[in-house]
Ligand binder design. Structure first.
Ligand SMILES: *Cc1c(COP(=O)(O)O)cnc(C)c1O
Length: 368
């Protein structure tokens, strides 16, 4: 008998009865979008929960990224990683910016800060790293480089909701950080996102830009876009926030169980928790090397035969897609580690309601 399908993730929804109460409030007020009551409260509570100064809510993470580059007037070339979701690089493209890919560090899958300096040219204006799987980048080292060369740093923190280093939010590093609240992320508002900023002036500029550039009724300060989060999503997000810590605890248990069961399996590597980091356990990637009897794709499809649908995050590399593969920095010899890891990775299912029995079954298949 074949078990029901298990996907890499399953979105977590708020309590429906509670959400209906919020919906009734919205129906009564008839305030649906444009900085309504729920929107204001959600921004405030998120800032408090995350331990950051300012949150600006967005309709999704991609528009937050595209807008963040506008906020800081980034142009020319930006140094980034090929090992991410395509939106990271697409945001540069939408701003007419040339992406410059730098290789990754396989232990964390993040951009290798030691290779950033060599990629800087007179046209470089910023660095756009990603906290891949919620693993913090080498933020201090990246800051040093940025300071020396006068570059801005925007972190794609789409995977890193709630992650802390030494009890300090990961989103307090860099000039700006962006978050995604897409249904597949550890914290979701169906679709949604945010920019984290550190001073009031910048927060204001972000908020103008996500609302067509309007500073007041008659003043348009820049060609902004429409990227506002609506009241339904904000109300939904407020309910999600209340139970997020419990969800992290559940994910942590699953992650620990995977590690316990997979420990010592020849040819299977998994990530270790980094000391001084509060993780969010958003993903559970494994890396299949030559010591395993099957190659990555063989294991990936073998799992599918058992109705288990992991994902090859991130394969192919962004630098391999037609829009980017012609760039000088996209050549394979520049991105050897990223290439290797992209051919080894499978993200195994992880979500708060995943049954530990299913984790056991998945590991049994991998080990058999
Ligand atoms: C999900 C994701 C995005 C895009 O966020 P959306 O909310 O889906 O637009 C950007 N970067 C990374 C690394 C992501 O995983």
């Amino acid at each position: 008998m074949i078990s029901p399908p298990i996907f890499v993730t399953q979105p977590d929804l708020p309590d429906l009865e509670e959400f209906i109460i919020s919906l009734k409030k919205i129906w009564n007020s008839k305030w649906l979008t444009n900085n309504g009551e729920f929107h204001q409260e959600f921004e405030k509570e998120l800032a408090e929960y995350l331990g950051v100064k300012y949150v600006s809510l967005f309709a999704n993470g991609t528009l937050a990224l595209v807008s963040a580059l506008q906020v800081l007037r980034i142009s020319g070339e930006v140094i980034t990683t090929p090992y991410s979701f395509v939106a990271t690089t697409h945001a540069l493209w939408w701003n007419g910016i040339t992406p410059v890919f730098v290789d990754i560090e396989p232990e964390t899958c993040n951009i290798d800060y030691k290779k950033i300096e060599a990629a800087i040219t007179p046209k470089t204006t910023a660095i756009l790293p990603v906290h891949v799987y919620g693993n913090p980048c080498e933020v201090s080292e990246i800051e040093k480089i940025a300071d020396i060369y006068g570059l801005k740093v925007i972190y794609d923190a789409a995977h890193a909701f709630g992650v802390k280093i030494d009890n300090n939010s990961i989103s307090n590093y860099g000039d700006l950080s962006i978050l995604s609240f897409h249904a597949t992320k550890s914290f979701n508002t169906i679709e949604g996102g945010a920019i984290i900023s550190h001073d009031e002036k910048t927060k204001k500029r972000i908020d103008y830009l996500k609302n067509f550039g309007f500073a007041d009724e008659v003043t348009v300060v820049a060609p902004g876009i429409n990227a506002k989060m609506n009241e339904l999503q904000a109300a939904y997000g407020l309910l999600q926030l209340k139970k997020f810590e419990d969800k992290i605890e559940k994910r942590k248990k699953i992650s620990e169980f995977y590690r316990e069961l997979l420990k010592g399996t020849k040819g299977i590597r998994y990530m270790k928790d980094i000391e001084n980091v509060k993780h969010n356990y958003a993903y559970f990637p494994i890396f299949v090397d030559d010591n395993y009897p099957l190659n990555r794709d063989e294991l990936y499809f073998k799992l599918q035969e058992h109705n288990i649908y992991g994902r090859r995050y991130f394969y192919p590399l962004i630098s391999e897609f037609p829009a980017y593969r012609g760039l000088p920095s996209a050549r394979t010899s520049n991105l050897m580690k990223a290439k290797e890891v992209s051919h080894q990775v499978i993200c195994l299912p992880i979500y708060p309601d995943l049954d530990l029995k299913d984790v056991e079954r998945i590991c049994r298949i991998i080990k058999s």
